[in-house]
Every structure is written in C-alpha cells, then in structure tokens.
Design a protein around this ligand. Structure first.
Ligand SMILES: Nc1ncnc2c1ncn2[C@@H]1O[C@H](COP(=O)(O)OP(=O)(O)OP(=O)(O)O)[C@@H](O)[C@H]1O
Ligand SMILES: [Mg+2]
Length: 1152
C-alpha cells in the first residue's frame, strides 16, 4: 500500500502528470479547485482539526483547544469538550484531500482518514477507490449505472488515473499488461462475505469477454457465452443464502481466462477451494442449504418423478429447518436458468439428470431415520433407503448392511463392526457431504471440459481471477477459519512481497541509501506456524494426531502447546487461559481458535464399505465419483471408465490411500501451494471488497465494521508498512516549484542550478532531519507525514504573503477612495462658493446691466461678420468678372483655333487627293513597267529563237562548208560558185548579226527606260511618304492643340460652374445674412429701445443714487458734526473731571 505517487501534495495542482507507479506509468487527473474548496480550506486553516477515537463511531471530528504533554483538550464538532490522550487523536487531512481517487495520496495516512475518504466517496456513489496497489470496492447494494457497454468502451485502453477508479480499469490494466508484456496476470479479489467479490469477479469476466472477443466468429461467441454461463451453474451448486449474503459463495475459485496470440479469449478453466460441506446437512433457520436443493424442488414434474422428489422442502430433513425462500428470488425461474446454462455448456439430458440424481439422493439420505434398538442402530423406514439406493444404483440391502455394520479390514481379514445410532447418523452425514463434494467437483470438471482452453496451440497467456473468502474473525473460530485465514495470510504475504519488491526496486533505481527489508517475511512466522513440518506446525501436528490410533482434539492441543507456545512476547502462538484452544497472531489481528472437533473435520471420515459399494454402482456417474475406492475391494466388478476418469481423480485430489491428500488440511495446503505457485508466475492486481454495513442497506457506512475489514484485508497493514519506507516522493522539479517559497532567497532564479543541488540546498535550509528524506537521481523521497509538515509551513508562508498582498490592495483602494473624496469635497466647495456669489450678484443692478448688455455683444459680432462676408462677396464678384473676361478670350481663341483646324483639315483632304492621284499614276507606271517587262521577255524569247535558228543555220552551213571543203578537193569548179554562195551567206550572216545587235540595243534602251521609271517611281514614293509624314506631324500638332484647347475649355467650364455654384452659395448666404441682418436689426432696435428704457431706469437710479449719496453725505456731515460735538463734550467732561479730581485731592489734603 505504499504510495507510489508523488501527488501527495498535488491533488489540487492544475495539470495532469505521469508518475511512475509500481512499475507502470500512471496518469493523475487534474482536479478542479473551485471556490467551495477555497472556503473549506480557509475554514479548515482556522483550527487544528483532528480525528478523535470514539467507542461507538470509531472516529469523530473535533479540534484541539489546548495541548499538554500527554493529553490534549479537544472540542467535538457536534459540541462538547473532552481531555483525551495524545495517542487517541489522529491528524485530519485538509478538505482538498476529500474524495481523492487514490488514498495513497493522503498526506496523513491514518485509519480515520482512510475511512473518511471511503465514506464521502461512497455517499456520492463512488464505490471504487484506489489505495496504492489496491482497488477498494465498497458494496453499493444497489444497481449503479456504471457497468454499461458505454462504460466498458470508455475504460478500454485507458491508463490508470485517466478515468475514475473502477474494476474495469483493473481488468483493462491486466488485459493490457498481458498483451504488452506477454505475461500471465491475476486479479485477486478478497473480502468479507457479502462484500461483493463474486459480483466483481463477474464484472471482470464480463469486461474481458467484451473487450477480448472482437470477431463475430460463432465459435468464439459460443465460448464467450459458455464462460459467462459457468457462473450461474457454479452458483446453483456452490452458493447458498447466509445471514450476511443471500447469494454467498461457499467455495473459493480461481478462474483462468486463456487468450490466444490475437489477444482473444480461447478458453477458460476453473479451480475451486474449500467447499463448505457441512451446509449440506445443517443450516441455521435464517440460512439455506445450497440453492440447487430448492431449485430442484421447482423442477418439472417429469424430472421430479424421475428423482422421486416431492415439491415440498418440508418433506426433507436436510432442508426443512432452513429458510425456504429468498426475498426477490424465484427458485423455479432459477431452475429454468440453470437448465438453460447447462444446455449452453453442452450437457445432455442424461448428464443433467445424473448431476441432479446425487442432489436428490442426498435429500433422501437425510430422510433415513436411524432408531436406537438396545444400543444398536436400525433403520425404521426402509423405503427411504430403497429410494436412495435406487437413485444411486446400488443394492438397498447391501447399503443397509454397510451402513449399520460395515466391514473393515483387520489385517488380512474382513470383519464387520456394528455401529451405534450416532455413528450411523454421522456416517450418513459424511456420505451426504462426500456425495455433494464429489458431485460438485465433477460438475466443475465438466464445465472445464466445455470451456477448455488447453487445446489451443497459439496461447498468449491467461488472466486469472481469484474469488476467495477474506480473513474471518468470528466469536468462535474453528478449523474452517484456520484454513481460510491461512490462505489470506499467504495472499497478504504475496501482496507484501510484490509491493515491496517494486518499491525497493524503485529505491535501487534512484540509488538512495536503503537497507533492503524483506517485508514479505513479516508474515512468515505465522505461516510457518501453520504449515511447517519441521519444527512441527499446526497442520502437520493435526495430521499426526489424525493418523495416531488414539488421536483426539485434547492431545492435539497439548502437543501444540508443547511445541509452539514459547514464552516470548513476540511469539505468534499463545495458549488460551481455559485451555480449549489457542490464539494465533495474524497480520489482521489475534484470532482465538477452538480445536473442538478438528480431528474429525480434518479426517473427514467415510464409511468405506459404502463408498466401495458406490464405486460399483450401476449408475455410471455414481461409480465414477467413487472410482478411487474400487481397488480396495478387488476387481469384483469391472471398473467404469469414462473420459474424465483420470483427470477427475487428479483434479479432485481426493484420492485415498498413502498419498499426501489424506486429510482436509493437507489437501488444502497442497492446493494453496499450487495456487501460490501459479500466482507467483503472474503479475498480480489486487481488489479488496468492503461490506459497508450489516443490514444490506445502500448508502450506509458502519465505520467500525469497515475499519475491521480494512484491517483484515490488509489495507491498513499496507499503510503501516508503507510508513516504514519513503511513501511520498516528488520529482526535483515539482519539489523545487512547490517548496521554494519556504526559502525564497536561497536560489538565484536567474542562475542555473541542477535539480539535485537545488533540492539539497532547499532541504538543508529547511533543516529537515537526515533520516526523514532521501535524494535520489530524479526524485526526493520522504517519510510519511514529512510532506504534510512542509505543506503546513507552505500554507503559513502563503497566507502571510496573501495577507500582505491583501493589505496592500486594501491600502491602495482606501487611498484611491480618499483622493476621490477630497476632490469631490473641493468641487462641492467651489460650486457652493459660485452659487453664493451668484445669489448675491443676482440682485446687484450692475450685474443685471451686464447680463442685459451681454447679448448686444453677440449682435455686434454678427454685424462685423456680415461686413466681412460682404467684402468677400465683392472680391469674389471681381474675380468672377475677371474669369468671365478670360473665359470670353478663351472662347474667341478657341473659335480661331477651330477655324485653323478646319483649314488644316481641308489641306489634309487636298493632300490626300493628290496622294491618291500620285498613287494612281504610280499604278499606271507600274502597269507600263510590267508591260515593258513582258515585252522584254517576249524579245528575249524571240532572241533565243533567232539565236537557235542562227546556230542551227550555222551548224547547217558548217556542215555544208565541210561538204564543200570535201567537194573543193573534188571539184574546183564548184568552189568558185560556192565561194560566191559563201560570200552571200556571209553577208546574210552579217545582216542577221546586225539585226541581233539592233535588238540588243533596243533591249538596253528598254532596260534604261525601265530603271529610269523605277527611279522615278521610288522618288515619287519617297516624296509621297515625306509628304504623308509632314501631314501626320501637322495633324498631331493640330490634334494636340485641339486637345489642350478642349481641356482648357473644360477646365474653364468647370471653373465657371464652380464659380457659379460659389456665386449661388454666396448669393444664398448673402440672402441669409441679409435676413439675419434684418432680424438682428429688429432685435437691435428692440434692444436699443430696451437699452433706452434701461438707460432711463439707470438714469433714474443714478439720480436716486445721487440723491441717496447726497443724503448720505448730509447724514455723514451731521454724523461728523455730532461726533465732534460728543468728542468736545467728552473732552469738556474729562477736563471737568480732572478739575474735580484736583479739587477733591486738595480737599483731602486739607482734611488731613
Ligand atoms: N457492484 C455491485 N453492484 C450492485 N450490487 C452489488 C455489487 N457488489 C455486490 N452487490 C450486492 O451484494 C451482494 C453480495 O455480493 P457477492 O455475492 O459478490 O458477495 P461476496 O463477497 O461474493 O460474498 P461471499 O463471500 O458470501 O460469496 C450481491 O448479491 C449484490 O446484491
Ligand atoms: Mg461470493
């Protein structure tokens, strides 16, 4: 239960953080800190609140009034004071820790704080709470809407702390760890009867089947349903109503859900422990036998007929004294559900009837009434025996014989031994118990066969869920309690080993100074005391006594006291004062065991004559259940073999003979060792179920009851051990941020100081004891309560700062108010003075005159303004005239330019006609030129023809000359004639040459003519382009001129329109002014008449004033005259007085 979170001091810190939590990352959700929290915190800070031990309530709230050395005076919250011992009060956590998700985060880790947190959470339906490694689940006793499909989905793949604590979170963590680490997982669910173990087991399985079967394969779905349906079957046969729980599991179970490599469920397996057999033949009136007995009586008539059953519980001794019905449970409905589940599990009708056969035969067995005839047992109603034997498939006669006088082996011989009625009843009860247990074992095995996951080859691992009764301390504790408490002691040891292994691993990783403590061995002495064989332990001692010929409970106790009772206050074993038992010190407290009947319970004796008979039963099922007894009597009947034979016997671990499972104790020890071995190969998760009250009421917490359970289920033990280590830790950064405020000037905020040094400096400055903290490589570790003290100091420091800040703020506000107030006072004074002045002036004539003259001032101002405006109008009018004149000039100039523009336009048109004409002549020339060219071409062709003709003629002549030359030789006569011809021909040739020359000359002439024409044409073109250019230039100049003139014109037009608008405005304002002036004039006239009247009034008043002044002057003159007169008279009187005094003094002198 060691706190692995560093959030002891940070439940209200605003941000979520990842904190290493026993090997897995953990996300602490940020908590909202609202105004109510602040108010509660402020209220809490006012007093020193504590929890005070109370006999009735466990702990009550109060605060310390006065502290003395050993005692304190406390005032209870509900009124009243008391002086109590210091050790009976426990510090209270500040309200910000109320409802923390993880109790390991509590600053004060004490019993009342834990119970308080659980209570406040439970009252708001938060039934799940973490306590370090544990998940504490308080039974809500009502249907909470937290198990829906949406909830399953919302917990899927979430980290612990990301969602509120929930059994789904634990299941998901296990699933996730299995997939991630490929390691088997186990979820250990323990708690008192009725605390909710079985319900939570079912919820875990529901979650796993929901998240691990994503495929829609029908086979997977069948398996999933079968696994879910295994529970109702087991509950029918293994659960019963008890005082504490209407559906109490009377056996422990370990359900392994197997997963394949795709993380899907591929099978399951159930192991069971410690079935409560005594319930089969006896129950209290408020309890019931196993559910199946009552369900069977509600079966269909056919089945009942087959099983020879009636439908009245009253007809059967084994159930007739028990409670018959459970409120809200319909046994008939349950029977139908059971049949359905058996069907889903694949049990055929025969198998079902076989299972029921044993149950029915037990009911009939209970009805066998044994009579006492001269100390010899006899059976009164043989028909009952017959019924039993019919169902069990054995001979009734043989059964009766075996029952009343069984045969036993004495050496090599068999002898009969008559039994007393009590012994017969005992052997009937034992037979009923054995039948039921073996039938139950068979049932579990059959279920396992249906949901078997062993066959799957691609197995990833399993998640095992252990649903086993928690620690039990009753008023009278017997052998069953020893077995269950021994189991819980082992499981607690397993938890401690696990927790501290991880814890100390963390210390090692952080390299803090720590001497390894094997906390897991804390519980070893008690475990040794129970299970050790050397020196002899309780179980082995019992074993010895069981095999001893005259073994008895008394001898067993004697032996125990001799071996185990050491005179040592630390010893775990103590004998009781009255010597009927012993006290064993368990982690959950001291338990007093009574050894009465232990030998019998442990031996679990059976009438072997009957079991041998059963082994040879004609009913295969019955024979199978007792097949291990078959060999003892020789193979008189062929053994019945079935599929389950070997596995069933080994699973049952009931095999008799010389094996190690002779007694109940030994069998349980072996089973437990096997379970522990399995658990050691898994990564465990721990769930602790809590029964909130004894009344099955929702929303009610009985503090003492819960405290006892927390103690028994190891939550408080975890807290105790956790105090030995360093339960609280903060990362360097967090520690520095949070507690730097305690030494604000120690660390230079600007300079770099590494985390470790900074923390070391801080703790040195805080003067913490060296053994109260350790500094690791990344975190600072603290012993329990150290952080609470630091928190207190921090709160004090912060409250000083806040008070100072508040004082400063209040001062500022007060000063601001004061300044405003004094300014307001000054302003009021000024206003008052002005008002007084006004009141005194209001009646003063001069003021009245001033008030009346004041408006005239305004009239004068209007007059001068009007004059100004008039002048302005004149100036504007002259400007307007000037601009109109310039506009006229511009218009004239514009007309001139337009004329010029027109001329130029005409010129351009003339030029263009000329250009057209020139172009036409050019075209003529061009046509002539082409005609001449054509002529040249024709002549050339002709020339070519002529040259061809000439050459041909020449060739002909040459040929002829050649002929003639040849002929010359032959005929000189012909020569002369021919010479003449030649001359002629030469002449002709000359003529042709001349003709050719003439043609060439003609051609040259024509070419010359052509070039001339070309030149002429080019010159004409050039002239034309130049002319065009000139025209274009002139045109552009004209156009520019026109545009400038047009812009000028538009500007002038704009200007004129502006002038006109202005003129219009001026005229209208002039008009207005004139109107105003007229108004003013009339006003002026009125004012003048008023002025005249006030002047005349003033004149009259001045006259009056003069009158008054003259009167005043007169009066003044009179006054002055009078004063002069009075003064003269007083002077005269003074002179007379003086004279009179002189006379008086002269007379006095004469008298003397
Ligand atoms: N999570 C829950 N939601 C609603 N009801 C619950 C829950 N857990 C327990 N219960 C109620 O409490 C009763 C007892 O619970 P359950 O049978 O699981 O106790 P148990 O610890 O298995 O007790 P036993 O040791 O006697 O078998 C249930 O029948 C149910 O009515
Ligand atoms: Mg249960």
């Amino acid at each position: 239960m060691i706190s692995t979170s560093s959030s002891t001091s940070s439940p209200s810190s605003g941000v979520g953080s990842f904190i290493h939590s026993y090997g897995s990352k953990k996300f602490i959700r940020p908590k909202s800190d609202d105004v109510l929290d602040a108010v509660a915190q402020a209220r809490f800070n006012e007093k020193k609140w504590v929890w005070i031990e109370d006999d009735n309530e466990g702990y009550v709230r109060g605060h310390v009034v006065k502290e003395e050395e050993d005692t304190v005076e406390v005032e209870y919250e509900n009124g009243g004071t008391a002086i109590v011992r210091v050790c009976t009060i426990k510090p209270m956590n500040p309200p910000k820790f109320d409802m923390v998700d993880d109790m390991a985060e509590l600053t004060h880790l004490n019993e009342p704080s834990v119970i308080h947190n659980l209570t406040v959470r439970y009252k708001t339906n938060r039934v799940y709470t973490y306590s370090g490694l544990f998940l504490v689940a308080v039974n809500p006793y009502r249907k909470l809407p937290i198990y829906s499909e949406e909830y399953i989905q919302s917990y899927k793949g979430k980290r612990r702390g990301e969602m509120p604590p929930h059994i789904y979170a634990v299941a998901d963590q296990a699933y996730h760890d299995m997939v991630q680490d490929k390691e088997n997982q186990s979820i250990l669910i323990t708690g008192e009867s009725g605390a909710g173990k079985t319900e939570n087991t079912k919820i875990v399985i529901q979650y796993l089947t929901a998240v691990a079967t994503t495929t829609n394969k029908p086979t997977t779905n069948i398996l999933q349903t079968q696994i879910l349906q295994a529970n109702p079957i087991l509950e029918s046969f293994g659960n019963a109503q008890t005082i504490r729980n209407n559906n109490s599991s009377r056996f422990g179970k370990f359900i392994r859900i197997e997963f394949n490599n795709r993380a899907q469920i591929c099978g399951a397996n159930i192991e069971w422990y410690l079935l409560e057999k005594s319930r089969v033949h006896q129950q209290t009136s408020k309890e019931r036998n196993y559910h199946i007995f009552y369900q069977l009586l509600e079966a269909d008539e056919e089945t009942k007929k087959q099983l020879l059953l009636t439908d009245q519980a009253q007809d059967y001794n084994f159930i007739k004294h028990s409670n018959k019905r459970i409120e809200g449970v319909d046994d008939a409905e349950e029977y139908r559900n059971l049949c359905k589940s058996l069907e889903i599990m694949g049990l055929v009708e025969k198998e079902k009837i076989d299972l029921f056969r044993i149950v029915a035969s037990i009911l009939h067995l209970g009805n066998i009434s044994v009579t006492d005839y001269r100390d010899r047992a006899d059976i009164r109603d043989f028909s009952v025996v017959e019924r039993v034997c019919h169902l069990l498939g054995i001979s009734a006669e043989d059964f009766k014989k075996s029952l009343l006088a069984p045969r036993i082996k004495a050496g090599r011989d068999w002898v009969t031994q008559a039994k007393s009625p009590t012994q017969v009843v005992a052997s009937l009860d034992a037979l009923a118990k054995t039948l039921y247990e073996r039938n139950f074992a068979f049932l579990v095995e059959r279920v396992n066969k249906a949901i078997d996951g062993q066959k799957s080859k691609d197995k990833l691992g399993f998640i095992g869920v252990l649903d086993i009764a928690g620690f039990e301390i009753f008023e009278s504790n017997s052998f069953e309690q020893l077995c269950i408490n021994y189991t819980n002691e082992k499981l607690q040891q397993f938890f401690n080993q696990n927790m501290f292994e991880l814890e100390q691993e963390e210390y090692q990783k952080e390299k803090i100074a720590w001497n390894y403590i094997d906390f897991g061995n804390d519980l070893q002495p008690t475990i040794d005391l129970i299970e050790k064989t050397n020196p002899v332990g309780i179980l082995s001692c019992l074993e010895e006594e069981c095999v001893a010929p005259r073994g008895s409970d008394g001898r067993f106790l004697e032996k125990l006291n001799k071996f185990c009772d050491k005179d040592n206050p630390e010893a775990k074993y103590k004998s009781t004062r009255f010597g009927d038992g012993f006290i064993l010190r368990h982690y959950a407290g001291d338990v007093e065991y009574s050894v009465d009947g232990w030998i019998e319970k442990n031996k679990d004796p059976l009438n072997e004559d009957i079991t041998r008979l059963l082994a040879r039963s004609s009913q295969k099922h019955v024979a199978l259940l007792f097949e291990d007894y078959l060999t003892d009597d020789g193979p008189s009947v062929a053994p019945v073999k079935s599929d389950y034979t070997s596995s069933f016997a080994s699973m049952l671990k009931l095999k008799k003979g010389s094996g190690s499972f002779r007694t109940v104790g030994q069998r349980h020890k072996q089973q437990l060792l096997a379970l522990m071995n399995t658990l050691h190969m898994t990564h465990p998760h721990f769930v602790r179920c809590i029964l909130p009250n004894n009344r099955k009421h929702a929303g009610e917490i009985q503090t003492k009851l819960v405290l006892d359970q927390l103690r028994c289920n190891g939550v408080l033990e975890g807290i105790r051990i956790c105090r030995k280590g360093f339960p609280n830790r903060l990362s360097f950064d967090e520690f520095r941020k949070r507690y730097q405020v305690l030494c604000p000037y120690l660390l230079d905020r600007e300079a770099f100081i590494d985390g470790r040094t900074a923390c070391q400096m801080l703790v040195n400055q805080m003067q913490l004891d060296g053994d109260k903290y350790q500094i690791g490589t990344t975190k600072v570790f603290f012993k329990a309560t150290v952080l609470a003290d630091l928190e207190e100091l921090r709160d004090g420091k912060l409250s000083v700062c806040i008070t100072k800040f508040q004082a400063y703020c209040r001062g500022g506000i007060a000063r601001q108010y004061q300044t405003r107030f004094s300014r307001q006072t000054d302003a009021i004074r000024v206003m008052q003075r002005n008002a007084r002045i006004y009141v005194s002036l209001r009646e003063w004539p001069w003021w009245k005159i001033y008030a009346k003259l004041k408006p005239l001032n305004a009239a004068y101002r209007v007059d001068s303004k009007m004059r100004e405006k008039e002048q302005k109008i004149i100036v504007l009018e002259t400007q307007l005239k000037e601009q109109q004149a310039s506009l006229g000039e511009a218009v004239m100039r514009n007309q001139e330019l337009e004329g010029e523009h027109q001329d130029f336009k005409e010129l351009i048109i003339a030029e263009q006609t000329m250009l057209r004409e020139l172009e036409e002549s050019k075209e003529d020339l061009l046509s002539k030129f082409t005609a001449a060219e054509e002529r040249v071409e024709e002549l050339e062709v002709e020339l070519k023809e002529k040259t061809g003709q000439y050459e041909q003629a020449k060739r002909v002549q040459d040929e002829e000359i050649d002929q003639l030359h040849t002929q010359v030789d032959t005929s000189k006569l012909v020569n002369d004639r021919l010479n003449g011809d030649l001359e002629r021909k030469k002449e002709e040739n000359m003529q042709i040459k001349d003709q050719l020359k003439q043609i060439n000359d003609e051609k040259e002439q024509l070419q010359l003519q052509l070039t001339d024409l070309k030149n002429e044409n080019i010159a004409a073109l050039e002239k034309n382009t130049e002319h065009q250019k000139l025209l274009q230039e002139q045109n552009t100049v004209q156009k520019e001129k026109i545009t400038t003139l047009e812009t000028e014109k538009s500007q002038l037009a704009e200007h004129i329109s502006v002038q006109e608008i202005e003129l219009y405005n001026l005229k209208s304002s002039l008009e207005n002014e004139k109107n105003l002036k007229e108004e003013k004039d009339t006003k002026c006239a009125m004012l003048e008449s008023e002025l005249n009247s006030s002047r005349s009034a003033l004149k009259t008043e001045a006259e009056q004033k003069q009158d008054w002044e003259s009167k005043y002057n007169d009066l003044k003159a009179d006054w002055e005259e009078l004063t002069a007169l009075v003064r003269a008279e007083s002077d005269q009187a003074k002179a007379r007085m003086f004279k009179f005094d002189q006379v008086l003094s002269g007379l006095k002198f004469f008298q003397k």
